[in-house]
Design a protein around this ligand. Structure first.
Ligand SMILES: Cc1ncc(COP(=O)(O)O)c(C=O)c1O
Length: 448
């Protein structure tokens, strides 16, 4: 059997959903695609396959790890709790203290008869368990376009139909309750309310949250409130409200599943610790599935590191300053670069979009050239149909100011290179290899 036949015969329908999905890993364009196009050395650039691009002086503005890294207290806790006693046991789902702190600090709730927190493998674990616990084939899931890579493929794996709401200037690049209402059908089972929204970093207002929660409650719809980017207040005037915190007798939030992690807020994606909050009756389903599939235990060193980090408010202050500084720098760079714009100013986190459509070349060509000039980025096609060839997503958390300084040098040079057309065929070849429908549309566009 050739590899294709093997996949056809042996893979489950779930796995097959992803093989040619435009958002299946490897099927969308990233700086890793650019490594091949530029003929760079993988081992030098991505030592041991680590995405945190440090080799060759490349700055990583691609995937969303918090480059500031963890606070000292977390590293200390990690070491202190890597003992023989703590490594030879199956730890609990979450330490009671961490459970209570995550409930309060992340979701604005106390542990009670109607709220609890389950430990999961990062916020991503929370996405997987939320989909697995609540979705059946044929269910409809409302989400945004663009959205975090995995919201669409993850739901489709469980047979759900994704109903995307296009984000644009009119709706302020976030879910508009009126549009959500219009998208609801008798089949709607879930609304993915990513707040702050990846990739724009925009937050919902209290009124918007209450309206969406109200219509979901009336229609027996689960709200999946992913708030993992809410730790850093990028815009000093912005406010972020965890939906769960609006729970009251008049506005019960029992239909809300909240998810967060420690990768964005505290710079520890390697530890794979995350939190899934909700009503115990609903989380019981997730608990049972988790036990059968990956086991319920979350590593002790990671739990203690999370606990220490979440108590370190000074760390958040320091890291927020870095993020604000970087955003301002990028804003200035964009203002001085023809053809590039920021569709919307981010409010929380370190995730933002630049739109390069005014340059006349695709985001993928610019992104390839940016890597040549030591800046690694991700393009819009991994995030949705909207902005697929226009958007470049930037992570602006790098603690070293040289990152944004290099971005300023790189951007005009990258655009000039891309305009020569020197990377167009290689980008077309990339999408031809992936065989996705979105890739085919992009090829048509690039061929003009
Ligand atoms: C919205 C969103 N959810 C989840 C994740 C994954 O987070 P974690 O590392 O905690 O699994 C990311 C990472 O970029 C994200 O942007």
């Amino acid at each position: 059997m050739n590899p294709k036949q093997m996949q056809e015969v042996f893979l489950s329908e779930k796995a097959k959903t992803l093989l040619y999905h435009p958002q299946g890993m490897g099927n969308y364009f990233t700086f890793k695609s650019a490594v091949d196009i530029l003929g760079l050395d993988w081992d030098e650039l991505l030592p041991n396959g680590v995405y945190n691009v440090t080799g060759g002086g490349v700055f990583d503005m691609g995937y969303m790890s918090n480059h500031i890294g963890p606070p000292e207290v977390a590293i200390k806790a990690l070491k202190e709790h890597s003992t023989l006693e703590e490594l030879r046991v199956y730890p609990p789902d979450l330490l009671p203290e961490l459970k209570a702190l995550a409930a309060k600090k992340k979701f604005g709730r106390e542990i009670s008869d109607d709220f609890t927190v389950l430990g999961v493998e990062g916020a991503q674990g929370g996405i997987g368990y939320t989909y697995m616990t609540f979705l059946n084939p044929g269910d409809e899931v409302i989400t945004t376009d663009p959205a975090y890579f995995h919201f669409v493929p993850g739901a489709e794996v469980f047979g759900a139909k994704v109903v995307p709401i296009k984000l644009n200037e009119r709706n302020g690049y976030k879910l508009d309750p009126r549009e959500v209402e219009a998208a609801i059908t008798p089949k709607t089972k879930m609304i993915v309310l990513c707040d702050p929204v990846n990739p724009f970093g925009v937050t919902a207002t209290k009124e918007e949250l209450l309206e969406i929660a109200d219509m979901a409650r009336k229609n027996n719809i689960i709200i999946f409130n992913n708030i993992t980017h809410n730790t850093h207040q990028t815009d000093p005037n912005a406010e972020h409200i965890p939906l769960a915190s609006l729970h009251s007798p008049e506005t019960p939030m029992d239909h809300v599943i909240s998810v967060s992690g420690i990768s964005k807020g505290y710079g520890m994606p390697a530890l794979r610790v995350g939190f899934m909050g909700g009503h115990p009756a609903l989380l019981r389903g997730a608990f049972l599935l988790k036990m059968e599939i990956t086991k319920i235990h979350i590593n002790y060193p990671g739990q203690y590191a999370a606990l220490a980090a979440m108590k370190d408010d000074a760390y958040i202050e320091r890291s927020t300053e870095i993020i604000r500084r970087n955003y301002k720098h990028i804003e200035e760079t964009v203002a001085m670069t023809d053809g590039v714009s920021i569709p919307v100013k981010p409010q929380y986190g370190f995730c933002m979009i630049i739109d390069v459509s005014g340059t006349g070349v695709s985001a993928q060509e610019v992104s390839t050239a940016l890597l040549k000039y030591k800046i690694a980025t991700i393009t819009g096609d991994g995030l949705g149909e909207v902005g697929a060839t226009e958007y470049i997503r930037l992570n602006y958390s790098h603690p070293d100011v040289e990152c944004v300084e290099q971005f300023r040098v790189a951007l005009p040079k990258a655009i000039a290179d891309a305009k020569t057309g020197m990377y167009r065929q290689a980008v077309i070849d990339f999408f031809e290899k992936t065989g996705t429908l979105r890739g085919k549309e992009i090829i048509k566009k690039l061929k003009g």
